[in-house]
Design a protein around this ligand. Structure first.
Ligand code: MG
Ligand code: MG
Length: 261
């Protein structure tokens, strides 16, 4: 990742918003179809078609050779899962991560879904992971430092007895999918880059039910927990704000679908 920081104009931020909102709409299309028996590959096909129908490109397809539109990570898989003929079953959770490129700007967001009846301890992991994202977003304001964002995720997750994946981080986003700075989900309050208006970052807590250690599967992509316990992942693309962060992606359409299921 280049070290240079790219501060965006208001016009550029609107373009990133457009891409990020399309990601949310895509994930909502996926949400409509999630049920026991459906393959993760069929979810991927629907997402790709929807993105292309909206005159955008799937950002992950071909990225460093990644074969698909979505990263779909099941249960103990943390991130970068490759869609496959695996059929979802009652009790599973899946992190669905999606990126699009439209008008030369990227958007990136992820949501962890439940399939059927999921164990209470796993439901609580999802709840806490999503909370940690929003608590961190409160720190994505001028006057805070990057370490405040990172520490907020870590503190909330660890307070609840969970562990934070260290090797994978959030990132700046704009004309590249992954720009500087790296946005770790652990850190020290008051440390790191001073946050300024114009900076746009993807904040993406990856939180494990058990221990923090991860391993990579033999496919060269999929990351899963070493102890094989569940992991959750939520992500928003966010512009640093003066008093309040501007969340450019949205879970609204996704949660509307989920609430009406
Ligand atoms: Mg993502
Ligand atoms: Mg990301």
């Amino acid at each position: 990742m280049a070290k240079e920081l790219f501060y965006k104009t208001k016009e550029e931020i609107e373009l990133i918003r457009e891409s990020s909102l399309l990601v949310g709409k895509t994930l909502a299309e996926v949400a409509k179809l999630i049920k026991p028996g459906i393959t993760t590959l069929s979810l991927d096909k629907v997402a790709e078609e929807f993105i292309r129908d909206n005159k955008a490109l799937p950002a992950f397809k071909g990225y460093s050779g990644f074969p698909n539109t979505l990263c779909i990570s099941v249960n103990s898989q943390v991130v970068h899962g490759i869609p496959s003929l695996y059929e979802l079953k009652d009790g599973d959770i899946i992190s669905v991560d999606c990126g699009v490129l439209k008008n030369k700007y990227f958007g990136d967001s992820a949501y962890t879904f439940t399939i059927g009846e999921v164990k209470l301890e796993v439901l609580n992991l999802l709840k806490v992971t999503k909370e940690s994202l929003y608590i961190a977003i409160e720190k994505a304001v001028v006057g805070c430092r990057l370490g405040d964002v990172s520490e907020a995720v870590q503190a909330h997750a660890e307070k609840n007895g969970y562990s934070i994946v260290r090797e994978l981080v959030g990132h700046g986003i704009g004309q590249a999918l992954h720009e500087s700075p790296e946005v770790p989900n652990y850190g020290k309050k008051g440390s790191g880059l001073k946050l300024q208006e114009g900076l746009v970052i993807a904040i993406e807590p990856m939180v494990n039910l058990g221990k923090k250690a991860i391993i990579q599967e033999n496919d060269g992509w999929t990351i899963r927990t070493a102890d094989n316990l569940a992991s959750a992942h939520f992500e928003h693309t966010v512009a640093i704000g003066k008093e309040k962060a501007d969340i450019l992606s949205s879970f609204e359409e996704i949660e509307e679908v989920l609430n009406n299921k």
